[in-house]
Design a binder for this molecule. Sequence first.
Ligand code: ADP
Ligand code: MG
Length: 241
Amino acid sequence: MIRFNKVNKWFGRDHHVLKNITLEISQGQVVVVCGPSGSGKSTLIRTINQLEPVNDGEITVDGICVTNPKTNINKVREEVGFVFQHFNLYPHLTVLENITLAPIQVRKMSQEAAEELACELLQRVGLLNKKDAYPSQLSGGQQQRVAIARGLAMRPKVMLFDEPTSALDPEMIGEVLKVMQDLAESGMTMVVVTHEMGFAREVSDRVIFLDHGEILEDAKPEEFFTNPQHDRAKQFLRQIL
Ligand code: ADP
Ligand code: MG
């Protein structure tokens, strides 16, 4: 579903932030990306839908080469949902309108069909009763669940998450992780940047550890947690566990 072939990225002339990344993620896989702050995690997942361009190498998503300048990247972005740390809901739109906007404008769904879909997704994330609320009337955890529903409304093939629980109060983290776990169990291909090692251990199929723009570990969670190969991964785990 996602393939990186020798991808390199620099910020400026000499800040090498992604170093020769080669990676294949198959359909239905749930991959956690972890690593120290500044190691390139956000940059890595943002390249998948070209929120960040790369300098060399190739990335394909569902067979489409997103790094080819001839590719219509907007088409690819319709298939790839992205959930940000800070929710990024439209503050002037209701929950329902946040979710129906793209299906109506981009997918050309009728308003009625889009609302039906939105209600189905709100039910799934446990927020149908908030459909007419504005984002500012919701807790952080609720806003993030709406953001996930909004991503799913485009019926994406892949969902990317960049530290989806990092901005939340501790008591709200669980409700968001539960929605993500349900999504994982439904077979969605997911790449999740997170420090939630419980999620990595229980839900993911694979953990990637990034350090200074390099993939140092790429392993099943049980291997990663019990037998990391690199000292820097051991040190990282000691600090966060
Ligand atoms: P992480 O998500 O692992 O914390 P990032 O991918 O955000 O790391 O950043 C990787 C490195 O690239 C960091 O050193 C960061 O300062 C730098 N960086 C990120 N975005 C930019 C940018 N737009 N311009 C210049 N440097 C950047
Ligand atoms: Mg980041």
